[in-house]
Design a protein around this ligand. Structure first.
Ligand SMILES: Cc1cc2nc3c(=O)[nH]c(=O)nc-3n(C[C@H](O)[C@H](O)[C@H](O)COP(=O)(O)OP(=O)(O)OC[C@H]3O[C@@H](n4cnc5c(N)ncnc54)[C@H](O)[C@@H]3O)c2cc1C
Length: 454
């Protein structure tokens, strides 16, 4: 438990009004967007600088207080839940865009910057930061979870866009890693050790991000198919034909049904692909569209809604961004268990077919970033109903087993958090032991985001 002395000392570092034990503040920082059991922190602190984070961390280390980083809590696996209570460090007061360097396609930011706000600022320079997890996530949270999203199929995930990090280690030591060169083969790749470590090794306070130019022209398609296999085979066909979609999403007919009901839409309730392509000219995109349509027709597509230009793209894509919200609204009182497996593209069709069979008796919705071989299954149910939740959990385990049998992963983008811990021994085998040794080396007291990974 935090004592009055501790509170006084934290206030001396961050300022009186930036330390809170208020009930609503603690509640807000006790849960993410998942079904995992909330846990209250003892105190929430909002630092303003790397120096303050370092001093808070040193204090926590000396007092052996758990310390958990917090972006905006949009994780889906319990990643930021402070299961051992202690201090939550919320990065909301560290939202500075420090320097935009358009000539180098780079930006320096503090960890609390929200990527959607960042992209608004970058658009004035014709640039953007491509990983796009949908929710209004912070850069620190995206680095924590190695988030990705609908544009990853073309541009990569968060890990592919981090050049430099400022990290506060568990004793309060500040390290600067990486450089601004476009390539480097200098030393161990520490950047990628911290990206995806979910705040278990250190707190990121600043980052230099690699950017890309905004696309000049857009083309988008929404294509429905008679059966799931027609849609998933089309994904493989398009990807293996050398096309480079800017986004390629699969939605099963249950998802389309929920979107129709929730948004008053009239889409054909069939397995559907949403695709986007970017290019230099509309003529080039029109040619590409013809080829894509041909491939879809060969796989028995039943309806194609398509368009060229940003407005058309926005119209066709709006539904995908709304999926999670619509699912929750259409199932009041139920919570989501989210499967997030990813497999090699050649196994995509078989994996989706397996999943559809596994969840046929459940309240389940299958969709995902198909071009990355990433499949989400959202099962809406009541964790308090032991009998039903056991069935949900069994299906979850069987799906992950299948993905691992295809040499895939239990989590393509949501991270391990609490929910995926049980799968790590099967996925990583002996190398899990090395991960534990790294954790013990960097955080011997186990104070950084305890209860995650291991
Ligand atoms: C509607 C919806 C859609 C989503 N879609 C996607 C998607 O398409 N792809 C995807 O990848 N994710 C998706 N997510 C999940 C989530 O948005 C991402 O994982 C996101 O990166 C979390 O960011 P956050 O700022 O909310 O971080 P939080 O949830 O607050 O924290 C995430 C993790 O990072 C740690 N952390 C936070 N800040 C720091 C820091 N400064 N230094 C070190 N560690 C830190 C936390 O302790 C925690 O372990 C979605 C979530 C929702 C609600």
């Amino acid at each position: 438990m935090i004592s009055q002395d501790d509170l006084g000392n934290l206030k001396a570092i961050a300022g009186e009004q930036f330390v809170s034990t208020g009930e609503s503040v603690l509640n807000l920082h006790s849960h993410d967007e998942s079904y995992h059991t909330p846990a209250l922190p003892d105190v929430v602190v909002w630092p303003h600088s790397t120096d303050e984070v370092s001093r808070i961390t040193r204090y926590a280390f000396e007092k052996k207080l758990p310390i958990t980083g917090w972006g905006v809590g949009t994780s889906l696996e319990g990643n930021p839940i402070p299961v051992n209570h202690g201090i939550v460090v919320d990065f909301q007061e560290m939202q500075k865009v420090i320097a935009i360097r358009p000539e180098d396609f780079q930006v320096d930011v503090q960890a609390g910057v929200v990527y959607k706000e960042l992209n608004k600022a970058l658009s004035r320079h014709g640039l953007f930061f491509p990983p796009d997890p949908g929710a209004a996530a912070t850069i620190g949270g995206m680095i924590g979870n190695n988030a990705s999203g609908i544009r990853t199929v073309k541009y990569g995930g968060t890990k592919d866009h981090i050049m430099r990090l400022v990290v506060v280690l568990p004793g309060g030591e500040v390290i600067r890693i990486g450089n601004r060169a476009r390539k480097s083969s200098s030393g161990y790749d520490l950047i990628h050790l911290f990206v995806g470590s979910e705040g278990t090794l250190g707190l990121v306070t600043e980052a230099t991000l690699r950017l890309v130019g905004l696309p000049a022209n857009f083309m988008a398609l929404r294509v429905a198919f008679p059966e799931v296999k027609n849609a998933t085979d089309t994904v493989f066909k398009i990807m293996s034909s050398g096309f480079s979609p800017a986004a390629m999403e699969f939605l099963d007919s249950n998802v389309i049904g929920v979107l129709n009901r929730d948004r008053n839409l009239t889409m054909e309730e069939r397995p559907t692909l949403l695709m986007e392509f970017n290019g230099f000219s509309n003529e080039g995109l029109r040619d590409e569209m013809d080829y894509i349509e041909e491939i879809c027709a060969e796989n028995s597509s039943t309806i194609i809604d398509k368009g060229i230009g940003q407005e058309e793209r926005d119209r066709l894509w709006e539904i995908r961004h709304l999926t999670f919200e619509s699912l929750k609204r259409q199932h009041p009182g139920l919570l989501p268990l989210i499967v997030d497996v990813a497999v090699p593209l050649s196994s995509y069709s078989d994996t989706v077919a397996f999943i559809k069979k596994e969840v046929s008796e459940l309240n389940a919705y299958v969709f995902g970033h198909a071009g990355d071989g990433n499949i989400h299954v959202v099962v809406m149910d009541d964790p308090a109903d032991g009998f039903r939740w056991a069935k949900v959990d069994e299906a979850n385990h069987r799906i992950v087993e299948k993905a691992l049998a295809f040499e895939g992963t239990c989590t393509g983008e949501h991270g391990v958090g609490i929910g995926k811990r049980c799968f790590l021994p099967d996925e990583h085998g002996d190398s899990l032991e090395l991960m534990k040794r790294i954790k013990n080396l960097i955080d011997p007291e186990g104070i950084f985001n305890p209860g995650k990974f291991f």
